[in-house]
Design a protein around this ligand. Sequence first.
Ligand code: DLZ
Length: 164
Amino acid sequence: MADATIKGLTASTEQFDGSDLRVLIVHARWNWTVIEPLVQGAVKSLASQGVKESKTAIMSVSGSFELPSTVQIALSTGRYDVAIAIGVLIKGSTMHFEYIAEATTQALMRVQLDARIPVIFGVLTCLTEEQAQARAGLTPGGHNHGLDWGLAAVEQAVKATRIV
Ligand code: DLZ
């Protein structure tokens, strides 16, 4: 069934300057046709806020379950101000979806709290392939959530530098 509306992030009234930020994107390769536009959306959004291509690192992992450990190891190097973890989980006929979604979500939260570095949650947990496509902006009336994740990344990283 088609979604009535796909929500997106309401823009902040404040502009955030990403030109000094070092950004890490870690993405899964499962459901690649949806992952690819989401990563492109995040990169476009970062660039529109001044994040330099030379300061944007992109790493891939096999599936969403691998996102937390890779983000954790990468953040431990001290080379990044913020990370975006991108994955697409689509419900199948077994309990796999529930276990991976729960474990990945909890672990990404723990990684950002332990690292004290923002980790943007770019994991779609969809019941159907069509839901995922709409959230990657691939179908009419859809919206690419990668754009929102790029906005959230710059906002969180800039705010974190103000706090410390
Ligand atoms: C095994 C699996 C399944 C069934 N579905 C997905 C999915 O929809 N999206 C995703 O990102 N990864 C999936 N995986 C792979 C797991 O995330 C993980 O890569 C493997 O279980 C190996 O640890």
